[in-house]
Ligand binder design. Structure first.
Ligand SMILES: Nc1ncnc2c1ncn2[C@@H]1O[C@H](COP(=O)(O)OP(=O)(O)O)[C@@H](O)[C@H]1O
Ligand SMILES: [Mg+2]
Length: 293
């Protein structure tokens, strides 16, 4: 199916460019975007085939070592997919590939059924609505919770960090909603540096939510959290399910148990098993490489 979709994708981009000869691909804010990524941002991600993310036979090697090896996987719109697997399985590398940080040697990676992610740069992919949360919290410690969320609305944080701008009423509403979602409504004017580790993680998730991503990739979000913070994070993720599609990499099995529908087990760069947590936990191969350690 996908080669045809790739052609369709290219055709649509050409049609768009022919109809909009003056479109240089520049965003209003002066940011950079490919002509077709503007189309992707303006339109909706095409999920009529029931997938928001689709990877097929993806491989990447680092110095001859296959970190990702013929990996195929897809995620439904609104799904909360959990990914588990031993260290070195390729979980983070998979996220690097989806977000354009790492180029695979081969394979196909689609956002919806028409957007070939391998044609885009990391910044364009983020703009299209794929948000990523790295393991360590990266909030602006010297700014307040409010200012961090406000800042997240700007595309280029580094350049515009010192500039003030006013939120419109939609943005204010969203900010209030996000504050509530991430359990930080009571800490709105606190400096982020004084938040607990868990609260910083929530704030960073809130910063991603400000951009209303369609797909959120979260790499070990509860690592280092207290039990209570972990429970609240589970509630948070369950509340995001349906509104966003989520891919969550975690080692914490009780957390996975609380939030998961389908669990994918990665090992040696490809899918070893997939199913409910109970199903994969009783799979001999999974026990051998991961759970039974
Ligand atoms: N940029 C890189 N250069 C070389 N090796 C890498 C690079 N990124 C990841 N690897 C290797 O690829 C394998 C998979 O790593 P990673 O995706 O981080 O696994 P996981 O997140 O599942 O623990 C590991 O063996 C790691 O050392
Ligand atoms: Mg990792």
């Amino acid at each position: 199916m996908t080669p045809e979709l790739m052609e369709e994708n290219a055709r649509r981009a050409d049609t768009y460019r022919a109809a909009h000869p003056n479109d240089t691909g520049k965003t209003e804010s002066g940011g950079r975007a490919a002509g077709f990524s503007r189309l992707a941002v303006a339109g909706e991600v095409d999920v009529t085939h029931g997938r928001i993310l689709y990877l097929e036979d993806v491989s990447v090697s680092f110095d001859g070592f296959k970190a990702i090896n013929k990996l195929s996987l897809d995620i439904a719109p609104g799904e909360l997919r959990c990914i588990i697997g031993p260290n070195g399985a390729g979980k983070t590398t998979m996220m690097d590939i989806i977000t354009g940080k790492t180029r695979p040697d081969e394979g196909r990676v689609f956002f919806g059924s028409t957007i070939d992610l391998l044609r885009f740069k990391e910044a364009d992919i983020a703009q299209m609505g794929i948000g990523r949360k790295f393991q360590k919290p990266t909030v602006f410690e010297q700014l307040t919770v409010f200012e961090n969320l406000e800042l997240a609305l700007k595309t280029n944080k580094a350049v515009t960090a010192s500039m003030r701008f006013k939120l419109d009423s939609n943005q204010s509403d969203r900010l209030a909603e996000v504050l509530h979602t991430i359990h930080l409504a009571d800490s709105v004017s606190r400096q982020a540096g004084y938040l607990s580790h868990g609260q910083k993680q929530w704030l960073e998730i809130g910063m991603l939510l400000m951009q209303d991503p369609k797909l959120l990739l979260l790499d070990e979000p509860v690592a280092g959290m207290t039990d209570e913070e972990t429970e609240r994070t589970a509630e948070l993720f369950l509340s995001l399910k349906g509104k966003h599609s989520l891919m969550v990499v975690e080692h914490d099995m009780s957390f996975i148990n609380t939030i998961s529908d389908i669990v994918t087990v990665l090992c040696d760069g490809s899918v070893l098993a997939q199913g409910t947590l109970a199903q994969v936990q009783s799979d001999e191969r999974v026990i051998e490489v991961y759970l039974g350690r």
